[in-house]
Design a protein around this ligand. Sequence first.
Ligand SMILES: C[S@@+](CC[C@H](N)C(=O)[O-])C[C@H]1O[C@@H](n2cnc3c(N)ncnc32)[C@H](O)[C@@H]1O
Length: 208
Amino acid sequence: MSTLFFKQFLKRPFQIASIVPSSKALVERVASKMDFSQPRVIAEYGPGEGVHSREIARRMCPDSNLLLFELDRAFARDLERQFAGDRRVHVIHGDAASLPHELKRNGIDSCDYILSGIPFSILKIEKKRALLQKTYDALAPGGGFIIYQVTNELKQHATHFERAKSEYFLQNIPPMFITVFQKTPPLDHHERRPLPGADFSFSAHRSA
Ligand SMILES: C[S@@+](CC[C@H](N)C(=O)[O-])C[C@H]1O[C@@H](n2cnc3c(N)ncnc32)[C@H](O)[C@@H]1O
């Protein structure tokens, strides 16, 4: 078990919301929902000690960008240390809600994927709705919002998204729902039509 993770959980149990990081099996399953065959812009909410971030960075190609939003200072510092030599990775010690501001600051138009490990179920309804709206707006057409949660309650709130596909993943303690919400591209935009299910196909969006 990670000492840092457990220590931070004891300090802020509601914010961290778990005593152990995601299992290797969950990390691999979540990563399998993303297509890394071309450069991507990926944002991650609540990376914690970076189990998913490391797998994403390992899989993504050189021109990709990974933005990590972590509220906890100790985790954010540790992530900065871990990714110090990787120019594709940007650690933001702050709220996931600052995503639009950070995209603008980095000259990025939109994200291909947004991954979230934050405890959405304990957020107040207004904050939850506002973050879902920002998430939807920040995704490129065809983009995917991927969450792993103990409950699947977010599904009833994430009505902005045109499609959602869930699975119950048992190889984690506790078991988790993995849900991929998809922002559908315009109907007349055939080139960017996403593939059915979890295998999305779309390209990165970056300002010149
Ligand atoms: C359940 S832990 C998940 C950690 C890691 N992603 C994993 O799978 O092991 C939730 C993380 O989300 C962070 N967090 C909670 N609310 C957040 C917010 N609004 N913005 C950014 N990070 C947040 C917590 O500090 C914590 O690191």
